[in-house]
Write a protein that binds this ligand. Structure first.
Ligand SMILES: [Zn+2]
Length: 552
């Protein structure tokens, strides 16, 4: 045993690897154990660990080590695995030359000890290892992006995952193209035509009950909805999807890295249109878009009567999740009703317990609360700022989930590397066993697929991070608008009231407490205010017998 050796240990993790099984502490522990077993003395000052990408060559501690090497302060350098000191093949060569010139030995713990960096064969092997490390690192980083680009360049839509509802992707890789799925295409066409005829999105959901939904194609154990139960947001998304008029946009969004290496999803700079089979005519598609815009703007005024409903198109039923909208009973009085409840003949059939409340008792009470909030711009600010803070906390939770996925990636990556090494080892034998190689190749393919799956799972999370962020600008706008309209609140017309509610994007939920009382929950960001509304007693049976006009 040579006790005259002085060594340095260098541990590294990249941001992507920071929760990886081989943590900095574990690497260091392994290296120090190796050093003590092999009689290499490692002074405290020579124990280096940093969190930085293996592709960067300017690393603080790494540079210090190069200094130690040049000054011949050490005779041995210990790393945990060969990809720790660099992932850059060119740099690996330079660095090993520096080690050679100063007579410093390189020890790689995961490879069992000192490695040959002097003989031509040894240098050749090291270079192969560098290339390999570079390749896998890049693979993990680039696979998804490069694949996507190749597909887009070849005008192939739907790079990963399912083709959207109504279509199926046929053909492999670069021969892939979309074909329509007959029964799904018909459903899409029915949805567009129903909407054009004046059905609401939630009515369409009811009309489609039992027809397999897009989500039914994906096995998801966490899914809350039953098969055949349509979600209004699905319908809404379909109605606005340009794919159905024959134009799919690739690169609608891109994942970018900021200065700290954090990945973010951004709006793509130049979305690239790709032609796909159209399911609806341009004419129908644009009429539907017009209608969607009109409805978003003009919600609140019923087409069949002069009555004004402050809460229509912004309200939900707390009993069943159906939408609540205002409409006229045959008595001539206006009510807020749960639409799902009224799609059915009897309330037992609907499974919803909500009973209508009078619009003329509800709206003034709600307006009082809105007025009270807006009369205090500082309160508006407080609500929004608290909401902003809450979003930040949720953002951190999503980031944590992303880190977990990264760790999983790293784990699969290292397994993949192991199998690949085994394949190389098998090839290196005098008579390689092709069965072994095949079996290992299958494992590699599996791992590559699951790595791609993990990448796919990151995307919705990244999108979530971007969604609905309360910006400082939004807060300032909301506060100054409140200050601006403060003096007009007392005399506000229905239009102004509705505009204010729309502008602040307030939401409402209705719940029945008992036969005579209902509660309207005004929800605005983190703020929820419950408003008790009294309703004249009427039983479910009474209301079922009443001749109800079509909910609108
Ligand atoms: Zn309901």
């Amino acid at each position: 045993m040579n006790t005259s050796q002085i060594g340095a240990v260098y541990a590294r993790v990249s941001t992507e690897e920071q929760t990886h099984g081989i943590s900095l502490q574990q690497q260091t522990a392994q290296m120090l154990h190796y050093a003590s077993v092999n009689g290499i003395e490692v002074p405290d000052a020579y124990r280096f660990a940093e969190q930085v990408s293996g592709y960067t060559n300017t690393r603080e501690f790494y540079d210090e080590i190069r200094g130690l090497v040049a000054a011949k302060h050490i005779t041995a350098l210990i790393v945990y695995s060969s990809d720790r000191y660099t992932r850059d093949p060119v740099h690996g060569d330079i660095f090993r030359k520096e080690l050679r010139l100063s007579g410093v030995t390189l020890h790689v713990v995961s490879e069992g000890g000192q490695v040959d960096i002097t003989s031509p064969m040894g240098q050749f092997m090291r270079r192969q290892m560098d290339n390999f490390n570079w390749f896998w690192g890049q693979m993990i980083k680039q696979t998804a992006m490069e694949k996507k680009k190749a597909y887009t360049d070849a005008s192939i839509p739907y790079v990963s995952g399912f083709a959207c509802y109504g279509y199926e992707r046929v053909g492999k890789r670069l021969d892939a193209h979309l074909v329509t799925v007959e029964d799904e295409a018909q459903t899409v066409q029915r949805i567009f035509s129903w909407y054009e005829q004046g059905h609401t999105v939630s009515q369409i959901c009811e009309l489609l009950r039992g027809v397999p939904t897009p989500g039914d194609r994906v096995r998801n154990p966490k899914r809350k909805r039953q098969p055949g139960e349509w979600n209004p947001s699905t319908i809404h998304k379909m109605l606005t999807d340009t794919t159905y008029r024959g134009v799919y946009y690739a690169n609608r969004s891109v994942v970018v890295e900021d200065a700290t290496g954090r990945k973010m999803r951004q709006k793509g700079k130049d979305p690239m249109p790709i032609t796909v089979p159209a399911l609806v005519s341009d004419e129908v598609w644009y009429r539907v878009q017009q209608k969607l815009t009109d409805n978003a703007r003009g919600g609140g005024r019923s087409k069949t009567s002069k009555h004004e409903f402050l809460l229509t198109a912004r309200s939900k039923c707390r009993h069943c999740g159906g939408s609540v909208s205002g409409n006229m009973a045959s008595s001539g009085k206006a009510y807020y009703r749960c639409n799902r409840r009224y799609m059915h003949k009897t309330y037992t059939e609907s499974g919803c317990d909500f009973m209508p409340v009078r619009v003329d008792t509800t709206d003034p009470l709600v307006w009082e609360v809105v007025k009270e909030l807006l009369a205090h711009p500082d309160r508006v600010r407080a609500v929004l700022e608290t909401g902003q803070e809450k979003q930040r906390t949720q953002g951190r939770a999503i980031e944590a989930q992303l880190l977990e996925l990264d760790a999983l990636c790293a784990e699969k990556e290292s397994m993949l590397k192991g199998y690949s090494r085994a394949i190389a080892g098998e090839y290196a034998r005098s008579n390689p066993n092709t069965h072994t190689i095949q079996a290992l190749q299958v494992q590699c393919d599996d791992l590559t697929t699951s790595l791609e799956d993990i990448q796919k799972r990151r995307i919705p999370l990244l999108a979530q991070l971007d969604e609905k962020v309360i910006s400082q600008r939004y807060i300032e706008d909301a506060v100054s608008y409140a200050a601006e309209i403060r003096d007009h609140l007392e005399t506000a017309s229905f239009e102004l009231q509705r505009e204010i509610i729309d502008r602040y994007d307030m939401r409402f939920e209705f719940e029945l407490c008992d036969e005579f009382t209902a509660v309207v929950y005004l929800q605005w960001h983190i703020w929820e205010y419950d408003i008790t509304v009294f309703r004249p007693g009427a039983s479910h049976a009474d209301l079922d017998n009443r001749n109800v006009s079509n909910p609108s």
